[in-house]
Design a protein around this ligand. Structure first.
Ligand SMILES: Nc1ncnc2c1ncn2[C@@H]1O[C@H](COP(=O)(O)OP(=O)(O)OP(=O)(O)O)[C@@H](O)[C@H]1O
Ligand SMILES: [Mg+2]
Length: 254
């Protein structure tokens, strides 16, 4: 590959994860993970329960520190930086188990995002826009704890967008969300992609993964075992083996 080709390739990559490792007292949760997340696309990260997907998200967002490996974002290695630093560089995420404030209203939850780089007035305007975006405006003064589970997920999603991030990591956005809310969430995800954002989704719902992702990465036992287009992944022997071979609990078809 010529030098110009290499540059062109790098320009297409939003996040370049190189040989990431994390061991929890002997459990190799992430054991040499490589991901090249294409810029401006929706990608999926799948794998059986316990394969290291959430740990990877935690490593990418600074929630935990990698033992080794690189995470290149905009030409800079961000591996091991504090979460707020990574957040400020333009990466945001939602959690598998939502982390909204139950005792704050929807509006307050949005404003509670710390390390915003914008003035309060601008933050309020953005909060209003985002409530509209996720159709929660009517619930603006409702306490987080009174929202349905799906609505809490929408709120957390909106909260993640308060910083106007470049890269959005979503950990199981579909889990426990009813079909109507899920359709609305997926529409929003596509709208974000159309504005140039990069999205990476961890998800067990294969309909979401196969119908909405441009590219799919598959993890098993902390390493990525396959990547490709949805149709390639669906027919990949190693992926089928990972899901149905040794891990009968994996909810591949849910
Ligand atoms: N803080 C921790 N301490 C010890 N072990 C952990 C910790 N976090 C994760 N693990 C272990 O690391 C492995 C990977 O877990 P992880 O949560 O990343 O899996 P996952 O792919 O997100 O699974 P799921 O699909 O069930 O959410 C598991 O064996 C898990 O028990
Ligand atoms: Mg997980």
């Amino acid at each position: 590959m010529s030098a110009s080709n290499m540059l062109a390739a790098a320009d297409d990559i939003a996040l370049d994860v190189q040989d990431l490792h994390k061991d929890f007292g002997g459990i190799k949760a992430v054991d040499g993970c490589h991901l090249q997340i294409p810029k401006g696309k929706i990608s999926g990260l799948i794998g059986p329960n316990g394969s290291g997907k959430t740990t990877t998200f935690n490593l990418l967002t600074g929630v935990i520190t990698p033992d080794s490996g690189k995470v290149i974002f905009n030409g800079e290695d961000i591996a091991g930086l504090k979460p707020y630093k990574i957040f400020r560089k333009g990466i945001t995420r939602t959690f598998q188990i939502t982390r909204i404030y139950r005792e704050m209203t929807v509006f307050e939850n949005l404003l509670s995002v710390t390390y915003l780089k914008i003035p309060m007035q601008k933050a309020r305007e953005r909060a209003e826009e985002l409530m509209e975006f996720v159709t929660l405006t009517k619930l603006r003064d409702e306490y987080g704890g009174n929202l349905s589970y799906g609505q809490q997920k929408l709120l957390e999603f909106a909260r993640a967008l308060m910083t106007d991030p470049e890269l959005i990591l979503l950990d199981e956005p579909a889990a426990g969300v009813n079909r109507t809310l899920l359709a609305s969430l997926l529409e929003r995800i596509h709208e974000l992609q159309q504005t140039g954002k990069t999205i990476l989704i961890v998800e067990h719902d294969m309909n979401v993964i196969m119908n909405h992702c441009d590219k799919i990465f598959v993890m098993d036992y902390g390493v990525n075992i396959a990547e490709g287009l949805p149709e390639e992944i669906q027919n990949n022997e190693r992926v089928i083996e990972a899901y149905f071979g040794h891990n009968k609990n994996a909810s591949a078809g849910s």
